[in-house]
Design a protein around this ligand. Sequence first.
Ligand SMILES: O=P(O)(O)OC[C@H]1O[C@](O)(CO)[C@@H](O)[C@@H]1O
Length: 566
Amino acid sequence: MASTNLISATEEWKCLREHVADVDKTHLRNLLKNEARCESMTVEFDGIILDYSRQRITQETVKKLFKLAEVAHLKEKIDKMYNGDHINVTENRSVLHIALRAARDTIINCDGKNVVDDVWQVLDKIGEFSERVRTGAWVGATGKSLKDVVAVGIGGSFLGPLFVHSALQTDPEAAQCANGRQLRFLANVDPVDVARSINGLNPETTLVVVVSKTFTTAETMLNARTLRTWITSALGSEAVAKHMVAVSTNLKLVKEFGIDPQNAFAFWDWVGGRYSVCSAVGALPLSLQYGFPIVSKFLEGARSIDNHFHTTPFEKNIPVLLGLLSVWNVSFLGYPARAILPYTQALEKFAPHIQQLSMESNGKGVSIDGVPLNFEAGEIDFGEPGTNGQHSFYQLIHQGRVIPCDFIGIVKSQQPIYLQGEVVSNHDELMSNFFAQPDALACGKTPEELRNEKVSDHLVAHKTFSGNRPSLSILLPSLTAYNVGQLLAMYEHRIAVQGFIWGINSFDQWGVELGKSLASRVRAQLNLSRTEGKPVEGFNPSTTMLIKRYLKENAPITAGFLHSKS
Ligand SMILES: O=P(O)(O)OC[C@H]1O[C@](O)(CO)[C@@H](O)[C@@H]1O
């Protein structure tokens, strides 16, 4: 297929390319003086405010981006997603994570079947099971209640639930519901992560939730076998029935692993791993920790954004605006990265989740038709909560590389503190930075200003800030389970919008598979070398040298506290 089918071949794309020269003549310092412009670049929905006036855009840019959306058939693509069309064409699947949080009476058909019924069947099962565990009606092999949960999973079967869990840990309502319970995650196949995840836990009071869409992921399965051994060596093999449950689309493999299918929580191939936090992948561990009513609120928040995204005109549609602005920054202004900067520690795991969501979705080199892209798609996502980031990598953002930033602030802190005699409350102190940093980036500091401030001549160049560095600000009213759901859905849809405009498939991940198959070859080699003394062969000289060195120096295979394997 010819590259003329690419979005970059359209007049609308070319027009935006030419428009960059107009924008280059502007400076955010001046653009921000225009009240009408600022007002037109603020959107409010369901308590959330998006202010994108600090993007390097004019009102003309926004119009041109809407034209690009039109020629990219954005509206039709969104509708196809909501209608259950097989928009993940390389895997021939629907993309229906919106069905995971649909209201019980909604009808969303996938291949002629209303999937919302299936969704609620599993949600009801989660509600019932988690209630039994939480109330002590479900007990472990020795009759004790299970107050601790270790969720074993990696990638999408880990990062989303971890983000939501860490966001809710300090929410007063959720924290009260979690009283006395612990939720931990085991993702890395590193035995160090195993040791950390079970440190201080008693198998008698621990429930292990194995979370894997495929139930074949090497890291997860080895970790699941490791924790199964931890449980059975302490409590006997019968204990698996009481101490291990699973979340998967592959119920056959769950059974073969030894987990009772009654204790398996299903989801479906129309849920992508990185979009699965609202399925049993997140709903089960979170419900065990916080109770199902909190999970319901989280799903409701996501649903509110799902409806907004589906029905709101683009001018006021937050995920659409966010997606279009990202396309502008990446493809036209040439900024390869995006910093995610939440001004609350509760969102410390948000950027890691978005890293997978965005980079696995949009890190693609061909269009949905298999045509090599002649432009860059995707971006590098990273971030840290403010103000920790400020004391770390912000220097580069202020005076080094230009990195568009997402500032995420919360109006009402989950844990307000005010010390008598202080100028402001602790949250106001934090939020002072949230409001100040975007202006520092946008406006910078000129040599004239510095001279007026009597800065000595030899320091003027060092203290000059060019400014004109784009950011956007998102203000959430609070950070309850509902708001966490809103934030999640906002970013999920933004990333889909980017992919829809770029004309790529944001829902497959073929790149990840190559690393997996190479690791299998190394695994076989390590086994043969350790058990039969076979020489290392079939690798390039560098890898051969490293493996040989590793085999020579590493501890013997029998080291460690667990020996059994099945
Ligand atoms: O849930 P599974 O099947 O164990 O897969 C885990 C993760 O592996 C990937 O396939 C690749 O990292 C992700 O997309 C997925 O979330």
